[in-house]
Design a protein around this ligand. Structure first.
Ligand code: NDP
Ligand code: OXD
Length: 307
């Protein structure tokens, strides 16, 4: 097993592996000596194609993150299995981020902060969560965790996915056929989709136009989901009232980009959900043990679907 990435995570994972999978040597790129021909399993966040190409016997590529689009999958031989990270640290982190963002937008925090900065004591009527409709785009691990944290707050919930889902207390829509109806019936939209050929650019002018006027958008999926100029236009025209963005294209966002200064855009630097060393290390070890005993892997990607 070879690990490529953040040094502190590599240290933690080497320790977890030593204890859980002692039969398999764990090597850290840039730290341990590595014979490329010996590498069968590789764990990496965004290793480039020429780095991955040096391992002729690679069998499984583990993404250190929940997403896989940052990895050069098109350059990967078809027989290499790809596994994404499904771990509680990411799931809890994302649920917290979605709860924070939905509450902030629902309770008009951007408006009250701007009034405060202008030294104005401005009353504006606030609503209860039961009067606000939240639509989640993507009903996977993270979308479901978002729904779970939002439900007890009282929001009216809906979700949209590729295949049909049935979730208690959530109005579910699916596929292209269900997209317009989904867009027409929420006030805050949260994108938790994977970035694929089908979802790239999904947060665009046409999509915004189908949302109720004055809706808000939260993007914690990938920057590539959003067309930046279309968002600015929708905010400037009043079609959208605010956007909270945790991901952008590119990252980091270059100095001078309109998102930094637009009054209705609220940015965080891709921190919605971080892979936590301890919980993720255990999941990786579990998955390698599953591999060694021929069991199905947690989070294996369907390479034909791209997620
Ligand atoms: P999952 O694979 O568990 O879920 C993906 C969901 O998206 C599924 O419900 C799937 O539908 C749906 N989906 C995929 N393609 C389409 C489509 N074309 N139309 C409609 N729905 C679609 O992923 P996770 O929930 O674990 O993660 C989602 C994404 O979140 C990651 O890929 C990553 O990009 C992002 N992420 C961002 C982080 C951050 O810090 N900002 C941290 C971690 C992840 P179906 O159920 O039918 O398959
Ligand atoms: C991930 C991420 O995919 O951090 O896990 O974005």
């Amino acid at each position: 097993m070879l690990y490529h990435g953040l040094e502190s995570r590599g240290v933690a994972w080497a320790e977890i592996f030593g204890a859980r999978v002692p039969q398999l040597p764990f090597r850290r790129w840039g730290h341990d000596e590595v014979d490329p021909a010996q590498v069968c399993y590789l764990a990496a966040w965004n290793a480039p194609a020429d780095f991955i190409a040096q391992f002729p016997n690679l069998e499984v590529l583990f993404s250190v993150g929940a997403g896989i689009d940052q990895l050069p999958l098109s350059a990967l031989p078809p027989q290499v299995r790809v596994v994404r990270m499904v771990e509680q640290g990411i799931i809890t982190g994302m649920a917290e981020y979605v709860a924070m963002s939905c509450l902030a937008l629902h309770r008009d925090l951007p408006f009250f902060i701007s009034e405060q900065r202008a030294e104005r004591w401005t009353y504006r009527h606030t609503r209860l969560a039961s009067e606000t409709r939240v639509g989640i785009m993507g009903l996977g691990e993270l979308g479901k965790a978002a729904l779970q944290i939002l439900k007890p707050l009282g929001f009216a919930l809906s979700g949209w996915s590729r295949s049909a889902h049935a979730i208690d207390g959530v109005t579910c829509f699916a596929g292209e056929a269900g997209f317009d109806a989904f867009l027409a019936q929420a006030d805050i939209f949260v994108c938790l989709l994977p970035l694929t050929a089908e979802t790239r650019g999904i947060l665009c002018r046409e999509t915004f136009a189908k949302m109720p006027q004055g809706s808000a958008v939260i993007n914690a999926g990938r920057g590539g989901h959003l067309i930046a100029q279309d968002l600015i236009d929708a905010l400037d025209s009043g079609q959208l009232r605010a956007a909270m963005l945790d991901v952008t294209d590119p990252e980091p966002l270059p100095q001078g980009h309109a998102f930094y200064t637009h009054p209705a855009v609220f940015l965080t630097p891709h921190v919605a959900a971080e892979t936590r060393h301890a919980t993720a290390g255990e999941v990786l070890a579990d998955n390698v043990l599953r591999l060694l005993s021929g069991e199905p892997l947690l989070g294996e990607v369907d390479r034909t679907k791209g997620y």
